[in-house]
Ligand binder design. Structure first.
Ligand code: SF4
Ligand code: SF4
Length: 99
């Protein structure tokens, strides 16, 4: 058994660089993905405010879809979208024969 003290242990759980969440792509967790019907979208930008991962994209100052590198598929955007322009769909249909 080692006689190391706490000062000898390697440091862990430290966040050393500010703004490092941009490097942590949460899209890999996603089971559902949001699809926007741009014909229904009124560019109210509520989804941009509510998205917990700041995954909404701007295009020419308007809603420009979702950055799927960061969208984790929580569905909040679909819930709050006033004209119901966002629909959550399965990320991938199960392969034939898969259980
Ligand atoms: S599903 Fe969740 S994480 Fe993805 S864009 Fe909508 S609010 Fe953001
Ligand atoms: S909440 Fe709905 S209507 Fe508003 S910008 Fe997002 S997708 Fe468009």
């Amino acid at each position: 058994m080692s006689n190391e003290g706490w000062k000898d242990l390697a440091p862990g759980g430290l966040i050393q660089d500010a703004g490092n969440s941009a490097e942590y792509e949460t899209g890999g967790w996603r089971a559902l993905r949001p699809i926007t019907d741009m014909d229904k979208c009124t560019d109210c930008m509520l989804c941009h405010i509510y998205c917990p991962d700041s995954a909404m994209l701007l295009k020419d100052g308007k809603h420009g879809g979702v950055d799927l590198r960061y969208c984790k598929g929580c569905g909040i955007c679909a819930q709050i979208c006033p004209p119901k322009a966002i629909t959550m769909v399965m990320e991938a249909e199960p392969k034939e024969g898969a259980k």
